[in-house]
Design a protein around this ligand. Structure first.
Ligand SMILES: C[S@@+](CC[C@H](N)C(=O)[O-])C[C@H]1O[C@@H](n2cnc3c(N)ncnc32)[C@H](O)[C@@H]1O
Length: 229
């Protein structure tokens, strides 16, 4: 089977026409999906580990896949605690060497994990969302993180949020959603990983000369962005 990563193709030529309506809805409607017990349990373990780390700043690596970025961040920021979260047991179980003491990999559904983190008062200093699934079909807007009802929790956590994708429109939409929710502008820029790609997917895309995009937004901690009953 070919390991050449597919270029994202989509009928969309720019940000989705329904994007702002969906983001506005997420910011104004209480979302009542119950939290799954397995993610509650995984979150409790992560919270116990975080507390055991003392007063270190927190870095969240959401959709961490095989956890390369979690390892890299833990090495780059030895004074921080780094938590990588992914729902794929298969990806998390792949052997990519020992985890640094200041890193933890967690299997959980971020749809629930982010809400628990917000409710528990987590305030990550840095928050990474590297190469999330693009869901490029127009009808899939609600599956992209900025079109998902959990989006207010993502931005409500605050901190330096960095999103990377090989689909420019994904990052443009995310930037527009960040600005609508928080008033913070998040310029979209080309990303060149150079000789040190941070993730497995970044390495594959870069090796196949796909252009990469990113945004960085520095956000206040605003748990009230997530509507509550
Ligand atoms: C395209 S991969 C990118 C992985 C990694 N960041 C990288 O760049 O190599 C997207 C990842 O998002 C994870 N993911 C998607 N939806 C998720 C969810 N609801 N909760 C946790 N992880 C999720 C998938 O399991 C997958 O590992």
């Amino acid at each position: 089977m070919s390991d050449v990563p597919r270029i994202v193709t989509s009928a969309q030529t720019g940000p989705h026409e329904d994007l702002l309506r969906r983001v506005t809805r997420g910011l104004s409607h209480v979302w009542r999906k119950p939290l799954a017990q397995h993610t509650r349990d995984a979150f409790d373990d992560a919270e116990a580990w975080r507390r055991s780390q003392g007063e270190r700043g927190l870095i969240l690596d959401a959709c961490c896949g095989v956890g390369l970025s979690t390892r890299r961040l833990a090495e780059q920021f030895p004074e921080h605690s780094v938590i990588g979260v992914d729902r794929s047991a298969d990806r998390l179980s792949r052997d990519h060497g020992p985890l640094p003491d200041n890193a933890l990999l967690v299997r959980a559904d971020l749809v629930d994990f982010w809400r628990l983190a917000l409710a528990t008062g987590w305030q990550p200093e840095r928050h990474y969302l590297l190469y999330p699934n693009p869901y490029p079909k127009s009808v899939q807007l609600k599956h992209r993180w900025h079109g998902h009802p959990v989006f207010p929790a993502i931005v409500g956590l605050g901190g330096r949020l960095e999103v990377r994708s090989n689909w420019r429109i994904y990052v443009e939409e995310f930037a527009a959603a960040v600005t609508l929710a928080t008033g913070v502008s998040a310029p979209v820029e080309a990303h060149d990983p150079g000789v040190a790609p941070m993730t497995h997917f970044e390495r594959k895309y870069h090796e196949h000369h796909q252009p990469l995009w990113r945004l960085v937004a520095t956000l206040d901690h605003r748990p009230q962005l997530m509507p509550t009953p």
